[in-house]
Design a protein around this ligand. Structure first.
Ligand code: CP
Length: 307
């Protein structure tokens, strides 16, 4: 089985740090990397909507000199005829060298990795995890704060279905001196398995709150998230919860001057556009760094496959 990245624990802390180092080097010297994947093909299999993840993977592969094969939307491939994920990736393994896959079902990326003969990168599986968004998030924090240690990290919004939150907690919980503030409505709290595996097991301090204003002044990082409409069983609940938290310049008055405001995007209404001009807003930097860190990951997995 080829080396795949399905979840954050698939990468050691040293590998996370080296991927960020490589991404920094690519940013500084893009010409040195422009032929690294010449002759290689990335297949992007996206069975759920995406703007950033798919396009950044594709831009990443083109900037490495490689090519891209793409499936966008469940209706445009033989998945619509009932083909399984296993058969799909066995087929794609005949045409491509590496796969980035997004799928609405939790665990689909793992099934893909178990059946493909080429590396599979999980580009988001249902409400489970989204490891490459976390790589972009870690790189953003490291660049903005100069460290990944000794901080208070607030995560706010839909912490139940927000897969980027689950992966980010898993990753950050491996660095020293962090504490977490988990801000959500009662119904959208971080799942127990994430709290147990990442926080309780390591004795990492965390508190849960329903009120952003009460805690905003304590935070070094504020990671806002969208309420994930597509994961709700009924529209009524979504409508009731969707505007639970809206970050505005007014609410930021109580925040630290060096707060780092993050969001994996897309945003709906969680951050007022008036916040975009605040120098603490980092969410479009996350978008940019996402391309470079995905370049670093593609290089790593393809080179390990050759070794
Ligand atoms: N952050 C993220 O996954 O964005 P997309 O859904 O646009 O890929």
């Amino acid at each position: 089985m080829a080396r795949s990245v399905i979840d954050i624990p698939d990468l050691s802390i040293e590998e996370l740090d080296r991927l960020m180092d490589t991404a920094e080097d690519i940013m500084a010297h893009p010409d040195r990397y422009s032929e690294r994947c010449r002759g290689k093909k990335l297949a992007t299999l996206f069975f759920e909507p995406s703007t950033r993840t798919r396009l950044s993977f594709e831009a990443a592969m083109y900037e490495l000199g490689g090519n891209v094969l793409s499936v966008t939307g469940a209706g445009t491939s033989s998945a619509a005829k009932g083909e399984s994920v296993a058969d799909t990736v066995k087929t794609v393994s005949c045409y491509a060298d590496i796969i980035a896959m997004r799928h609405p079902k939790e665990g689909a990326a793992l099934v893909a990795a178990q059946n493909a003969t080429i590396p599979v990168i999980n580009a988001g599986d249902g409400g489970h995890c989204h490891p490459t968004q976390t790589l972009a998030d870690l790189m953003t924090i490291r660049r903005e704060k100069g460290r990944l240690t000794n901080m208070t990290v607030g995560l706010c919004g839909d912490l139940k279905f927000g897969r980027t939150v689950h992966s980010l907690i898993q990753a950050l919980s491996r660095y020293e001196g962090l504490s977490f503030v988990l801000i959500s409505p009662e119904e959208l709290k971080v799942p127990s398995y994430v709290k147990n595996d990442a926080l309780k097991r390591r004795n990492i301090p965390y508190q849960q709150s329903t009120n952003l204003e009460d805690v905003i002044g304590d935070l070094d990082i504020l990671y806002m998230t969208r309420v994930q409409r597509e994961r709700f069983f009924n529209e009524e609940d979504y409508l009731r919860l969707r505007d639970s938290y809206i970050l505005t310049p007014e609410k930021l008055k109580g925040a630290k001057q060096d707060l780092c405001i993050m969001h994996p995007l897309p945003r709906v209404n969680e951050i007022s556009v008036a916040v975009d001009d605040d120098p603490r807003a980092c969410y479009f930097k996350q978008v940019l760094y996402g391309k470079f860190i995905r370049m670093a990951l593609i290089i790593k997995l393809l080179e390990e496959g050759r070794a």
